[in-house]
Write a protein that binds this ligand. Structure first.
Ligand SMILES: [Zn+2]
Ligand SMILES: [Zn+2]
Length: 370
């Protein structure tokens, strides 16, 4: 093994450079991941443009790879061996709080990188925290004992396993949080990789009617949505989305709404409230941390006895279910995995997910050894 590690380093807003790091010593209670695939997600697009909060960092938080070195304590405690193909969660939990006990690492205080400058999260942590290798756009990633890894089932290629993050979010938000199940009607807004994985999750769970919305530039993605289980798609720029949902549901509205849009403002939430069934619908929303909602129609929402939930990452169980789901190959995953790029093309890979690079990008993978 070479004693240098090549990585793509974010050195400023929307700026990346290749840089070499020393291969760190791996103590008994740590491991080293050889990165096979680092997925690029919508969050990377917005994060990439922001100024650094401190030292430069290696991005890449949706990581699949093989364990290149495993310390003896790490092996004993976690049950993994060198050579195992694993999916690495981007959370590094404290390991002993109430949330970690139930596999909800996303809620652990130690994973709050946004508020706590000492919190480590893969893809978000600066290189001045030793040993610097905290992101997947790199040949190797460092795993301390509290890293959360999942074995990848046989028959799943690393690139397919790279869908584990959007798929686990899809299962978490649509099934576990939204409550979609057999016979449900569901409105999924936004046909990006995340919305498409929500559609697959709903289909797999036996939803009766799955409606996916997008804009005119999403025509290709809306076609893919149909291949992945959507019963109907709506171009919200061509057709009135509320009218269309009501038509498609015989005037009833939907049981569950999941918002997977980006930069669409308040419109998806307003549509969700109106498109929900007369009483007892559920809406799963996401928003930037500082987002506000002037004139939020809270009376309309409570009159419909709706439940509002927040889409915030995924639980351990959702990742396990996602890997099983992907390994079953019930859906044509190749329509999602559209592009792969090498380390030197990280900038272009991120731009492609943001719609400014390679056309037709849905799920984009960085393959550092390509
Ligand atoms: Zn992500
Ligand atoms: Zn914790």
């Amino acid at each position: 093994m070479n004693d240098k590690v090549l990585a793509a380093l974010k050195v400023g807003p929307a700026t990346t450079e290749l840089r070499e790091f020393d291969l760190p010593d791996i103590p008994a209670d740590a491991a080293l991941l050889k990165v096979e695939v680092a997925g690029v997600c919508g969050t990377d697009v917005s994060q990439y443009k922001l100024p650094l909060r401190g030292a430069p960092l290696i991005m890449g938080h949706e990581n699949v790879g093989s364990l290149a070195k495993v310390g003896t304590t790490f092996a004993q405690e976690k049950g993994f061996r060198e050579g195992d193909l694993v999916f690495l969660e981007h959370y590094l939990p404290c390991g002993h709080c109430e949330w970690d006990r139930i596999g909800e690492y996303r809620h652990c205080a130690a994973t709050e990188w946004f508020y706590d400058p000492t919190a480590i999260r893969y893809g978000y942590t600066a290189i001045d925290i030793a040993p610097s290798l905290w992101g997947g756009f790199s040949h190797y990633v460092y795993l301390p004992l509290n890293a959360v890894i999942h074995k990848i089932p046989a028959g799943l290629s690393p690139e397919e396993a790279g869908l584990a993050t959007p798929m686990s979010n899809g299962i978490q938000w649509t099934i576990m949080d939204g409550g979609v199940g057999r016979g449900s009607t569901v409105l999924i807004q936004g046909p990006g990789q995340q919305g498409l994985c929500c559609a697959m999750a709903a289909k797999h769970e036996g939803a009766e009617r799955i409606i996916v919305t997008g804009t005119s530039k999403d025509a290709r993605r809306l076609a893919v949505a149909k291949q992945l289980g959507a019963d109907a798609v709506i171009d919200v720029q061509k057709d009135d989305p509320l009218e269309s949902v009501m038509q498609l549901t015989g005037g009833r509205g939907v049981d569950v709404v999941v918002d997977c849009t980006a930069g669409a403002g308040t419109a998806p939430v307003l549509l969700g409230i109106e498109a929900a069934r007369r009483r007892g619908g559920t809406m799963v929303v996401q928003a930037e941390g500082n987002a506000t909602f002037p004139d939020f129609p809270i009376g309309r929402m409570t009159r419909k006895a709706m439940t509002l939930k927040s889409a915030r990452g995924h639980s351990y169980r959702a990742v396990e279910l996602a890997l099983q789901h992907l390994a079953a190959h019930r859906f044509p995953l190749d329509v999602l995995t559209t592009h792969t790029f090498g380390l030197a093309e990280v900038d272009y890979a991120i731009r492609s997910v943001g719609g400014e690079g390679a056309p037709g990008a849905i799920h984009v993978s960085v393959m550092p050894w390509k």
